[in-house]
Design a protein around this ligand. Structure first.
Ligand SMILES: [Zn+2]
Length: 285
């Protein structure tokens, strides 16, 4: 999820869900509703994060602090603005799933080369978990005490999360207000979608490719970003085999890449997603 890593409607994340839905050829056990929600939420957040990198670079947005942190904030606040469904149960389930993904990344056993190092441009997985949990809670502290219980976000951090969320939301609204393409200005440049063949090691790769193509939802994401902003050049959104569960934005050619392997990684991690409090009715307002 580096800037070599939005804006997507709900239907776009459904498209990504279609990618990983248990196809007839899927050899594993059927996915639970919680697994499907986890995969969908994190696929959507990945697109928002990477499109955040694209907007930062293509629109020359001023960034204080690390770009990776800014992309996470753009991604999460972008979800709020796009869905505009405060206090909606399904929406907050989705947000908690995104935070919990980073907890899983933080706590899962992994080889040393997969560990994020202190010098990395990304925050540590544990920090991304707490940062996102803080933004979620800070969006509506009066009604989201359950987020503190579910995520374990300490009170010392939670105390100021409303200010953190307000600051991030203000920045995103500033961007929207000043840089949204006027309706009377024609679209000069577009993000085009490209599908690379799935790598042989991806389970049901051809089926995944077919489902994504038929859904047309990646095109919907690309069109939304193209039409919302007056981009300075054409770009690409590419579904590709990368050899690793990655995604990125490449500033050389304004290209966002979402890897088949990353979707497969979400699928695998969803099988270990056992937090009993995340998104259950008893923990939601
Ligand atoms: Zn990134």
């Amino acid at each position: 999820m580096s800037p070599r890593s939005v804006i997507t409607p709900w239907r776009a994340c459904l498209a990504l869900l279609l990618i990983v839905l248990p196809a007839p050829a899927w050899a594993g056990p059927a996915l639970t509703d919680a697994q499907l929600r986890f995969i969908t939420a994190n696929a959507e957040f990945t697109l928002f994060h990477e499109m955040g990198h694209l907007l930062i670079n293509e629109l020359q947005l001023p960034v204080l602090g690390r770009e990776e942190d800014a992309a996470d904030q753009l991604g999460l606040v972008g979800l709020f603005l796009r869905h505009n469904r405060p206090r909606d149960r399904a929406f907050y389930r989705k947000l908690v799933d995104i935070a919990e993904y980073w907890r899983l990344e933080w706590q899962r056993p992994k080889p040393a080369y997969e560990e994020v190092q202190a010098w990395d441009s990304h925050a540590l997985d544990a920090q991304r978990f707490y940062n996102i949990a803080c933004l979620i809670y800070g969006s509506d502290p009066d009604n989201l005490d359950w987020v503190l219980e579910t995520t374990g976000l300490p009170a010392e951090r939670a105390l100021y999360c409303d200010q953190e969320f307000a600051q991030a939301r203000h920045a995103v609204e500033w961007l929207e207000t000043r840089l949204r393409r006027p309706p009377d200005r024609p679209v000069r440049h577009r993000i085009r979608v490209q599908y690379d063949p799935p790598p042989a090691h991806i389970n049901n790769g051809q089926d995944i490719l077919q489902r994504v193509r038929e859904s047309g939802e990646l095109e919907a994401v690309a069109n939304l970003a193209s039409e919302m902003f007056d981009l300075p050049r054409d770009g690409q959104l590419r579904l590709s085999g990368c050899g690793a569960p990655d995604s990125w934005y490449d500033a050389r050619n304004a290209e966002v890449v979402l890897c088949y392997e990353r979707l497969e990684h979400f699928l695998l991690l969803s099988g270990t997603y056992t937090n009993p409090k995340a998104g259950t009715d008893s923990t939601l307002p």
